[in-house]
Ligand binder design. Structure first.
Ligand code: ZN
Length: 199
């Protein structure tokens, strides 16, 4: 549907009757394992692993992010994000874009969380609670890794604490325990760089 053609692209494709409403986007690949398979539960309650995704009702291509659309009669189908964008329907285009953005941000954060966790393991911190991590300067005993020793040789990134003899190890432990996601990821990138240099 646009200025020159008043038939909705989805109606023209035989998908239903306009107006169409955007219901929501689902990332069917969320939570996939290393083989790219996702866990599902059958109607009988049996769990099984399957490839995520479906096919776009508009173009037939395989899709992982499903944009659910509902026609005027309540019939539902799903299309891919790019075909939602080709619908010519401003409402659907905007909502699909926003939902797809939310999904890709969530995916990026999930990937970063995996990296943060890997760094905690590399530092030997995975089993330690928040209280122990708060006192990062006492962790030399607990985290007896080469990586921790390297961090303890570097000054604290904040001058005030560096002047008091605090090290990067203190900062990293404090950050991994107390900072928000952005801070934790910042510490993670610093550690990843050190690990890369060591190899
Ligand atoms: Zn499509």
């Amino acid at each position: 549907m646009n200025d020159t053609n008043l038939t909705h692209a989805f109606e023209e494709a035989g998908l239903g009757v306009a107006p169409f409403a955007f219901v929501g986007c689902v990332d069917s690949g969320a939570g996939a394992n290393a083989d790219g398979m996702v866990k599902r539960t059958s109607a009988e309650g049996i769990e099984f692993w399957t490839k995520p995704g479906g096919s776009c009702a508009y173009c037939g291509i395989g899709i992982v992010i499903l944009c659910k659309i509902q026609d005027a009669n309540g019939a539902r189908f799903h299309v891919g994000t790019s075909c939602a964008g080709k619908s010519g329907d401003k409402g659907i285009i905007n909502l699909a874009k926003r939902a797809a953005g939310r999904i890709s941000r969530a995916k990026a954060v999930a990937k970063q969380e995996t990296r943060i966790e890997a760094v905690r393991v590399a530092l030997g911190l995975e089993g330690l609670g928040t209280m122990a991590l708060r006192h990062g300067d006492t962790l030399g005993v607990l985290a007896a890794t080469d990586l921790f020793a390297t961090l303890a040789d570097r000054p604290h990134p904040l001058e005030y604490w560096a002047d008091q003899g605090k090290t990067m190890a203190t900062w990293v432990c404090w950050t991994l325990a107390n900072a928000g996601h952005a801070g934790k990821f910042k510490a993670t990138k610093i550690i990843e760089k050190i690990l890369k240099e060591a190899n």
